[in-house]
Design a protein around this ligand. Structure first.
Ligand code: KG4
Ligand code: ZN
Length: 339
């Protein structure tokens, strides 16, 4: 690797319904970030159809990788290392990306860094805040995960809290479906909630064994029952008020536990990560709560909250520096954990 021009990593992300590739320099500077979303393909079915996702990734991989190189203004000789998400995610979707990058690594003779998708979401913060470095506490909230992670060092993580059941994003998607909103529901609930009354429908506060753990399934069930009762009574659904009430309950739980953990563990800073970190109420409430506690807060740039290749390249960088490369026997690990 040539140090003078910085280390350039080309990463591919295909764990769910985005085919995304990017080139990032030294884990901090985005040279290109191409995201091809499959949402239109899945919206018809109300959720991601794994078979359709895998097929679409296969068709899009080459194109998206080429476009990332082109937008970075580089040829293959300008790339020092490759990186790919190998889990967690949908097995077929992950496999298409892993196979594509293994093929490129072999053909080009370049090292391949295997990246955990969750680590990628956390690293989106390094791309958003040049001055941020570990240690900090990170609330990771996506379609599949709700974790409180102590980021102790660049590649060292300790999970101090997690959901017992649904992930926060998953609960938003399910609540949206009950309100008849199209997939993906999280952003729709968020937009609708801006016009609604968050105290319209009081929802139960969940009980969890772990002090910093989460639970969203009780909330979801209470919400579904309330909506069904209204429908049975022939009532027109006050959708904005319902969306605002659900969002309020989820966000209060997320912020309450995260701030409690930050206080009790003397966290030097807090960050948000994952698709749900785009939620407007979460960003507002977390900003207020961290300001009240005197904890510096880092929010990922909006375009880096959802799945993208730049966050995977950023996460790959410290592993690349340590020479942590994958053999060509690398496989997809759908249930991969961060710690
Ligand atoms: O991180 P992500 O793009 O994919 C996973 O790794 O799961 O997260 C997707 C999730 C979906 O559940 C989506 O509904 C949710 O993030 N989401 C939101 C918002 N934007 C995306 N949830 C609430 N409010 C939003 N603004
Ligand atoms: Zn994700």
């Amino acid at each position: 690797m040539t140090e003078s021009k910085g280390v350039r990593i080309l990463a591919l992300e295909t764990s769910c319904d985005e085919t995304a590739a990017a080139v990032v320099e030294d884990g901090r500077r985005i040279l290109s970030n191409v995201v091809w979303s499959q949402i239109d393909l899945h919206a018809l079915y109300g959720g991601v159809v794994p078979e359709i996702a895998s097929r679409a990734h296969v068709e899009a991989c080459d194109r998206v990788v080429d476009e990332a190189l082109r937008q970075a203004g580089l040829g293959w000789d300008g790339i020092d290392a490759l990186a790919v998400t190998y889990g967690p995610g949908l097995v077929g979707a992950l496999l298409t990306g892993v196979s594509c990058m293994k093929g490129l690594a072999y053909a080009l003779g370049k090292p391949l860094v295997p990246v955990n998708h969750i680590e990628g979401h956390i690293a989106a913060n390094y791309l958003s805040h040049e001055e941020l470095s570990p240690p900090f506490l990170c609330l990771v909230v996506s379609g599949g995960h709700s974790h409180l992670v102590e980021v102790r060092d660049w590649t060292e993580y300790v999970c101090i809290g997690q959901t017992h059941d649904d992930a926060a994003g998953e609960s938003f998607d399910k609540a949206a479906r009950v309100l008849g909103l199209p997939y993906p529901g999280g952003p729709r609930i968020d937009a609708l909630a801006e016009e609604g009354n968050p105290t319209y429908l009081p929802l139960p506060e969940p009980h969890t064994d772990g002090r910093y753990d989460y639970s969203f399934s009780g909330l979801k069930t209470a919400f579904l029952n309330a909506v069904h009762q209204m429908e049975q009574r022939g009532q027109t659904l006050p959708k904005a008020d319902l969306a605002a009430s659900f969002r309020h309950a989820v966000v209060e739980q997320l912020v309450g536990k995260a701030v409690l953990a930050a206080r009790e563990t003397n966290a030097p800073a807090m960050a948000l990560a994952g698709g749900v970190s785009a939620n407007r109420e979460l960003r507002r409430r977390m900003t207020e709560a961290c300001a009240a506690e005197g904890i510096p807060l880092y929010l990922p740039r909006l375009e880096l909250c959802g799945d993208n290749g730049a966050m995977i390249a950023a996460a790959a960088y410290p592993h690349c520096r340590k020479g942590e490369f994958a053999p060509l026997t690398l496989n997809a690990v759908p249930g991969l954990r961060l710690v």
